[in-house]
Design a protein around this ligand. Structure first.
Ligand code: PLP
Length: 374
């Protein structure tokens, strides 16, 4: 290698200095119980595989640039107009379009409630825009949305993860409405986990043209590998995002697969109910073992292992993370924030996967773990 060639020095300084997003591990072998990235633990609905297969002979042709059929079906599904819908390569693509459209440099910062989805600050940093955090406390729920705090906020765009990730905290539509109405910029409600919650912000859309709702097929429709998400918003806002998006941002297989999944309403509703039931059973099992388990309206639980007299909470959580890893169970330990470092975020799998998790936890005591290596 030519050592005179310092490529990072040629890049935008903010990109050379960028702290990239760290996704959860995706192990390359199947011998894991994977409870670390909130994926759907069941197969896709009958009809999804066939719809994808039927597109294969047409792969030489570009896909529909706007995913028009899928937009129309999503609009119908939510009782909206197709002009209020844009589809993306996962909802991450949508979040990126929103950030690129509204945030740039010091004078156009973004905002988020933190802890929240940790991709927002990365997308913001790419725009050279600071991402201003407002502290989110999972113990106070709707009180995180004090309108007085949002009325004064100068950011042109704000991201709210509702239900919250990584805690699973439910935020009620009236509280979201009160905050979003007084906020002067674009108020994005990231509803990746709406299928597992008792209510969502959809009814607020008609009353606030600055509100955006993002959804995904990844968590509740078992299509994380296909990459399909969407935004619902005022047609003027959708029009802006369409100018920024790649011409063919959703591939042919993804459009067909998502369309078939959208048609299987009963299948996905029934499986979401099953996941909710498994979540509640798992929470009960963990609480009976001395864990603090936050109430969750998502397909994961945030839980803090019982205190150990000689160890700090983050150390106990780290110990359990490693113990589960040794037993081929992957969960998430988010060390970057003091609140999240105390516990583990555990995705809800099938009943039998959760049973195995509980049995493994029963075999664990924090003191038997050596210093974690990483
Ligand atoms: C998983 C997740 C996303 C990303 O979803 P994709 O559609 O797979 O890109 C967005 N927001 C939150 C809060 C998530 O947890």
């Amino acid at each position: 290698m030519n050592s005179n060639c310092d490529i990072p020095s040629l890049a935008l300084p903010r990109i050379a200095a960028l702290e990239p997003y760290t996704p959860g591990l995706q192990p390359s072998t199947d011998h894991w119980i994977k409870l670390n990235t909130n994926e759907f633990p069941y197969p896709p609905a009958p009809g999804v595989a066939e719809a994808i297969t039927a597109e294969i002979p047409k792969l030489a042709l570009y896909p529909n640039p706007t995913a028009a059929n899928l937009r129309a079906a999503i609009a119908r599904h939510h009782g909206l107009d197709p002009a209020q819908v844009i589809v993306g390569n996962g909802s991450d693509d949508i979040l990126n379009l929103l950030m690129r459209t509204f945030a740039e440099g010091e004078t156009r910062p973004s905002a988020m409630l933190r802890p929240g989805y940790s991709l927002y600050p990365v997308l913001s940093a790419i725009q050279g825009a600071p991402c201003h955090p407002t502290a989110f406390d999972p113990l106070v729920g709707d009180a995180n949305l004090d309108p007085a705090c949002f009325a004064q906020h100068p950011a042109p765009i704000l991201f709210l993860t509702a239900p919250n990730a990584p805690f699973g905290t439910f935020l009620s539509p009236p509280a979201i409405e009160a905050a979003s109405t007084v906020f002067k910029g674009i108020f994005v409600v990231d509803e990746a986990y709406a299928a597992f919650a008792p209510a969502n912000a959809l009814p607020l859309l008609a009353r606030n043209p600055r509100l955006v709702i993002t959804r995904t097929f990844s968590k509740s429709h078992g299509l994380a590998g296909l990459r399909v998400g969407y935004a619902l918003a005022h047609p003027d806002l959708i029009n802006l995002l369409d100018r920024v998006r790649d011409s063919y941002n959703v591939n042919r297989l993804s459009q067909a697969g998502a369309l078939a999944a959208l048609n299987a309403v009963d299948y996905y509703h029934e499986h979401a109910q099953r996941i909710i039931q498994t979540r509640e059973n798992t929470a009960t099992a963990l609480r009976s073992r001395g864990f603090t388990v936050l109430p969750s309206s998502a397909n994961f639980l945030f839980c803090i292992p019982p205190a150990s007299n000689s160890l700090e909470a983050p150390t106990v959580a780290e110990n359990l993370y490693h113990f589960l890893c040794e037993h081929r169970i992957l969960v998430r330990h988010l060390r970057s924030h003091p609140l999240t470092a105390q516990g583990l975020r555990i995705s809800i799998g099938t009943d039998s996967q959760m049973l195995q998790l509980i049995e493994t936890i029963d075999a664990w005591t924090p003191t038997q773990i050596n210093e974690p290596q990483r």
